[in-house]
Design a protein around this ligand. Structure first.
Ligand SMILES: Cc1ncc(C[n+]2csc(CCO)c2C)c(N)n1
Length: 223
């Protein structure tokens, strides 16, 4: 399957996420809350653009089944995932209006612009390749962190781990993987190699995103 081939390419990058200090800190609860606040705000504006990708996917879908998958994913971001952000933000006294007003950092902008550009230019395969790593890698991280002893007891980040490792999110990630495999079936090698590079590039962006929030690179925003 195409996703098995993709896994071989992304495994080393994704394994590095698990060793990243930010991700480690989420798993054992030691992450500085100020760093998490930074993630919440940057991720919120990231997700606003990310949601647009699913809307583009829905418009470009080849059949009703694909359209429904994108609609489900759109709902997942707007009403489930962003709700987690709004709840954590409320704990910090940040309103949803403040979250929305966050100025995207250079990396956030580069990452979402890359995906939006590809998705607007190409067919539905570009949209699926663009969104795959984000979704699948968070589910991978959530499930790996959930396995770590103590990660789900007395951890401020417990709801984070629970949400991304949940059956609901696992099902969404699996559905996107299936869609990628279905689309890949009748594509020539040259096209598969191009789609593979999109998944690798977005995986690299994911690492840069973790790094950005770890280092709280506010200077990227403020200049
Ligand atoms: C930088 C960044 N990358 C990936 C995700 C995770 N994610 C984005 S959309 C989606 C599925 C539908 O909600 C998931 C799991 C994130 N939040 N932030």
């Amino acid at each position: 399957m195409f996703t098995d081939r993709l896994w071989k390419r992304v495994e080393p990058i994704w394994t590095a996420y698990l060793d990243h200090p930010f991700v480690r800190g989420l798993g054992d609860g030691t992450l500085e809350q100020d760093k998490f606040r930074h993630w919440l705000k940057q991720d919120y504006v990231y997700l606003i653009d990310y949601a647009r990708l699913f809307a583009i996917g829905s418009a470009k879908a080849d059949d009703l089944e694909e359209m429904t998958t994108f609609a489900k994913l759109l709902h997942g971001v707007l009403d489930v995932e962003m709700d987690l952000h709004r709840k954590y933000a409320a704990d910090f006294g940040i309103t949803k209006e403040e979250l929305e007003k966050t100025e995207a950092s250079a990396i956030t902008t580069a990452y979402t612009s890359y995906m939006l550009n590809l998705s607007q230019r190409g067919g539905v395969e570009n949209v699926v390749a663009s969104v795959l790593a984000c979704e699948w890698s968070y589910n991978f991280i959530g499930k790996e962190l959930a396995k770590r002893p103590g990660s789900l007891t007395d951890n401020f980040y417990k709801s984070w781990i629970e949400m991304y490792s949940s059956a609901e999110f696992t099902a969404l990630a699996e559905e996107t993987k299936q869609l990628m495999n279905r689309i890949a079936e009748d594509k020539p090698e040259k096209e598969l190699a191009r789609l593979e590079e999109i998944v690798v590039k977005t995986s690299q962006f994911e690492y840069m995103f973790w790094d950005m929030v770890e280092k709280k690179e506010e200077w990227l925003v403020k200049g």
